[in-house]
Design a protein around this ligand. Sequence first.
Ligand SMILES: Cc1cc2nc3c(=O)[nH]c(=O)nc-3n(C[C@H](O)[C@H](O)[C@H](O)COP(=O)(O)O)c2cc1C
Length: 258
Amino acid sequence: MINLIYFSPTKTTEKIVSQIAAAIADTDLQRYDLTRMSTDVPARISAGTTIIGVPVYAGRVPAIVLERLARLQGDGLPAVLVVVYGNREFEDALRELADVVTTKGFHVVAAAAFVGEHSYSTRQQPIAQNRPDQTDLEHASAFGVAIRKKLSVSKQPAPPSMIPGNVPYREGVVLGQIAPETITERCVLCGLCASACPTFAISVIDQVLTETAQCVMCCACVKGCPHEARVMTHPVVAERRTLLAQNCRQRKEPQWFL
Ligand SMILES: Cc1cc2nc3c(=O)[nH]c(=O)nc-3n(C[C@H](O)[C@H](O)[C@H](O)COP(=O)(O)O)c2cc1C
């Protein structure tokens, strides 16, 4: 039995953890998608291996993920941790995730950092565009096979010999002041932006309204708009995007800690 728990507004984390899950075992898979809370996470996971996948926001686990995982308890079950970052750095995110999940009673048996297209990436200013690609997915499968071997050798396998990251963790991202905007001439009021938003911050009736205070800047609405009518053009993000597109061109590869 595999429990697959993830938060993935722009779907890169979802792709990677799904691939890892398929390679660990061909058994029952219980998905808990925290993105829109379409399945409620139980307070207690009582059987199986649990994979937890989250994107990296400012080198940390996004605060919204910690809120959505608040009730979860692991009862000593094995956990596999995955962070997905946009080819800049993952800094303290994996360390933080390991600390949180251990406090919840899971036994961390493997951890990894994978790369996904950056939330701020655009066609004009690409950052890790189209990742995870085939090579990343092959890495994800190989990681899954390595975990399967580790779990088959012992019922209580040793934790990874090291998980990178510093304590105290770096300062998290400040939210609530910046949100994507709508180009009204392109918008057809289809509502896909609203149905992609993990915090239900968007409402669409005869116009698109966005509650900036609720926005986590994930860009699910931007990437999910088939008409390119949602854009993240705030000057703070525009400046960041330019820097990232310039400085993060060199491809980073997945890293595992077993
Ligand atoms: C607010 C915010 C902060 C981010 N911070 C980082 C970061 O510190 N390092 C990095 O490489 N990528 C960063 N990213 C990019 C995401 O980690 C990356 O795009 C990830 O693949 C998104 O996962 P998802 O597709 O599952 O939503 C950030 C994205 C957002 C929205």
